[in-house]
Design a protein. Structure first.
Length: 403
C-alpha cells in the first residue's frame, strides 16, 4: 500500500507539521509513504516531494515563515496562483508515486487539490482537521464552498479532538457527521523521555538549583501567555517562554513594565536545540490558552517527560489532562489561579513527582505514535484504492491484496 501525505506547512515549528512528520514516519515503517510539503529536511521512512509555491501563506503565522501572508489577507488573484502552484506540486507527486490513498492535513487548501485528484485519478483521500484552520474558515467565507465540497468527498474526516469535531460542525453543520472519526496526535515516547541530562541548559540559562516553569508554543494572543506573565510576579520560579510569534514584542514589554526578573524569552528552538531537554528540566508546564485549543502536542510531549501541567479547560485539552491526576485546570484569563496552582505543585515535591509519573503512564497507554498510527493504518487499508486494470491514463498502481 502506498500512502501520500499532503502538508501545507513546514514539518517543524508547528503542531500540525510535527503531527504529519511523526505519523508519516511511523506508518512508513510498515508501508510505502511519501509526503508533499514545503520542507526538504529528512524524515525517516518517508519520500519527500516539494510543495513549490511563490508565497508563504499561513492561518495564524508560522515561526519558520516570519514574513508570511495570512489566508485572511491574501488577495483573490494571488490565491488563485497559489492554488495553481499547489496543484502542480501535488499532481507531480501523484504521477510519480502512484498512491493508493491520500492523507490531507488541514481542512484546506490542499484538500481542494485532493478533491480534483480524486475526480481525475480515482484516488480516495482522508482529511485530518487540526483546528488551527477553523478560525480562518469562520472569518473568511471565500474558502468555505471549496472546502465544504472537499470534505463531502473525503472518505473520512479526522479531527484531532472531540472539541475540534464539534467546532467543525459549528462551521459546516452536521452534514459530515457520519464521516468523522476522532484520532488525537501522538508522542515519540523514546525521544520525549524523562531521563535526559539537562546540565547544559542549567549552565547556558543559569537555571541551576532553580525551579522552572515552562511555556512552549506560538506567541499569539490565543495562547494566553500574557496571563502567565501577569502571574509570574507571584510564581516562585524562573518562567521560561519558548516560541516566536506576533505577540512577542508585546509580551516582552509587559514583562519589562511589570519589572519581572524571573521571565526569560528563549525564542523558537529548532529540532536540534532540544526542547525535550526543557520539558525534562521544567518542574511545571503552563498552557494558559484563552481559545478552544485543539489537543496540543506540547502538552503530550511534556507529559511524556514526566512533567505535570497547569492548563485551561479549553477545547481538546481535557482529552489528556485529568485534574488532580497529572495536572491542574485553571480558569482562562486568570493569572491569580495560574500562580496558585503552579506554586501548589512547586511546594509539594511528592505530589509533583506523582503527577509526573501519572502523566507519563497516560501518554504511554493512549498517545504513543505506534498507537495512533495503527488507527490510521486500519483506515487506510479500508479505503485505499487498488485498481485491477492498468492503463496509460493514470498512475500505475501496484495491485495488493489486503487480508
Amino acid at each position: 500500500m502506498r500512502i501520500l501525505f499532503l502538508q501545507t506547512f513546514p514539518l517543524w515549528g508547528s503542531g500540525s507539521g510535527t503531527y504529519a512528520r511523526y505519523l508519516a514516519s511511523e506508518v512508513g515503517r510498515h508501508f510505502n509513504v511519501a509526503m508533499v510539503a514545503p520542507d526538504d529536511r529528512d524524515v525517516p521512512n518517508v519520500k519527500l516531494y516539494p510543495l513549490n509555491t511563490t508565497m508563504k501563506v499561513a492561518f495564524t503565522g508560522h515561526p519558520e515563515w516570519p514574513k508570511c501572508t495570512l489566508y485572511t489577507e491574501i488577495e483573490n488573484s494571488a490565491m488563485v496562483r497559489h492554488y495553481e502552484e499547489m496543484l502542480n506540486s501535488i499532481t507531480t507527486a501523484v504521477e510519480d508515486f502512484s498512491p493508493n490513498i491520500i492523507h490531507v492535513h488541514h481542512a484546506f487548501p490542499l484538500s481542494w487539490t485532493a478533491r480534483l485528484v480524486k475526480s481525475i485519478y480515482q484516488i480516495p483521500y482522508i482529511i485530518s482537521i487540526h483546528g488551527s484552520e477553523l478560525p480562518t474558515l469562520q472569518k473568511d467565507k471565500r474558502f468555505h464552498a471549496l472546502t465544504s465540497d472537499a470534505l463531502r468527498r473525503a472518505r473520512r474526516i479526522v479531527p484531532n479532538s472531540f472539541w475540534t469535531k464539534e467546532w467543525l460542525f459549528q462551521v459546516f453543520g452536521d452534514e459530515f457527521r457520519s464521516q468523522v472519526r476522532v484520532i488525537p496526535g501522538g508522542v515519540d515516547i523514546k525521544k520525549f523521555n524523562p531521563n535526559l541530562d539537562t546540565s547544559d541548559i542549567d549552565t547556558k540559562y543559569k537555571l541551576k538549583d532553580k525551579n522552572v516553569v515552562l511555556f512552549a508554543g506560538k506567541l499569539t494572543a490565543y495562547k494566553g501567555v500574557r496571563y502567565l506573565i501577569a502571574a509570574a510576579k507571584k510564581i516562585n520560579a524562573e518562567v521560561v517562554i519558548i516560541g516566536e510569534g506576533p505577540e512577542r514584542k508585546h509580551l516582552e514589554k509587559k514583562a519589562k513594565d511589570l519589572k519581572l526578573n524571573n521571565v526569560h524569552f528563549i525564542g523558537h528552538l529548532g529540532e536540534k536545540a532540544g526542547i525535550n531537554k526543557f520539558y525534562n528540566r521544567a518542574d511545571v508546564l503552563v498552557v494558559p490558552s484563552v481559545w478552544d485549543e485543539p489537543l496540543g502536542l506540547v502538552i503530550l510531549e511534556a507529559m511524556a517527560c514526566k512533567t505535570p501541567v497547569v492548563v485551561t479547560r479549553k477545547g481538546g485539552i481535557p482529552l489528556a489532562v485529568k485534574d488532580g491526576v497529572n495536572g491542574y485546570f485553571v480558569r482562562p484569563k486568570n493569572a491569580s489561579q495560574i500562580a496558585q496552582k503552579v506554586n501548589k505543585l512547586l511546594s509539594n515535591e511528592e505530589k509533583r513527582i506523582k503527577m509526573g509519573e501519572n502523566a507519563r503512564k497516560i501518554v504511554e497507554s493512549r498517545f504513543s505514535w505506534q498507537t495512533i498510527a495503527h488507527k490510521f493504518i486500519l483506515m487506510y487499508m479500508r479505503f485505499a484504492h487498488f485498481p485491477k486494470v492498468k492503463n496509460n491514463h493514470g498512475p500505475k498502481h501496484k495491485q495488493l491484496k489486503i487480508g
